[in-house]
Design a protein around this ligand. Sequence first.
Ligand SMILES: [Zn+2]
Ligand SMILES: [Zn+2]
Length: 285
Amino acid sequence: MWKKKDCEVVVAVIPSQMKGQNILIHHSELCSLRPHQWLMGEVMEGLLHAFSHTFSVTDNIYLLSHYTAGCILFGDRKNLPQQSLRKVNFTNYGAILSFVLVNSNHWNLLYIHAETGTVYLVDPAQKSSELKASQTAAKRIREYFVMRRTCCGKSEWVDVKWKGGVMAHPLQQDGCSCGVIVVKMAKAVIQAFPEIPEMTFSTSKKEMERERRDLALYILESSVFDEQNRCGICASSKPPGQGTAMIEWIQCDDCNRWFHCSCLSMASEDIEDAKYKRWECLLCQ
Ligand SMILES: [Zn+2]
Ligand SMILES: [Zn+2]
């Protein structure tokens, strides 16, 4: 997969913490785990959800989407009510785990530990004061819970006096592995819950390369994608927007994945053609 040209074929489907919701990982996203590449948020999100199943913490740690986490910490306050998560009851959980993009290019871990009322914003490269950044984050988290009470009458965690905290962690040694280290830190947090983890892993170039390969394999192994009955583009059995019309499918002669012809925008003469010769999908071409 590493050697193939990046494309939008779905290569893994990771079950989310919330039943019935899945995280789709496209080939181009998985390939951001290649050495020296900057990790894409969707892959990190998928890994966190896979960890939460592997280590059985889905009932203890709420996994907040990194988009919502970014809105809470850095977004415009007037857009915050759209992120109120009115269906979530945080008292069911002991912590919230997420990650955020800082300065549009650097991943940080966000860990909200309810029992001690502590917010950790962990910077793999420790570029600035982590305590100060965590304190600012704690302030935004406080405001977020107050907003939820005002907007949808949800009062859990509103009275917690959130404070900023720091945890010791290994440091990033290159310019591109912040995402990989954040994922490793998230895994350590999940495994140590409810304790604060002691993180001692190596961040050497060699270790980062090995970790990237292991994470890619872990995603593929954690996938629940039914490649025989789902389309490799839309990941559904029925193409989006199609009613009861007959659904045409095409199978790759190389990898055996199936695709809706409509999802590939195939012209009818190309479909007709493919019936009599070899056909290869975007991933295998
Ligand atoms: Zn499709
Ligand atoms: Zn193929």
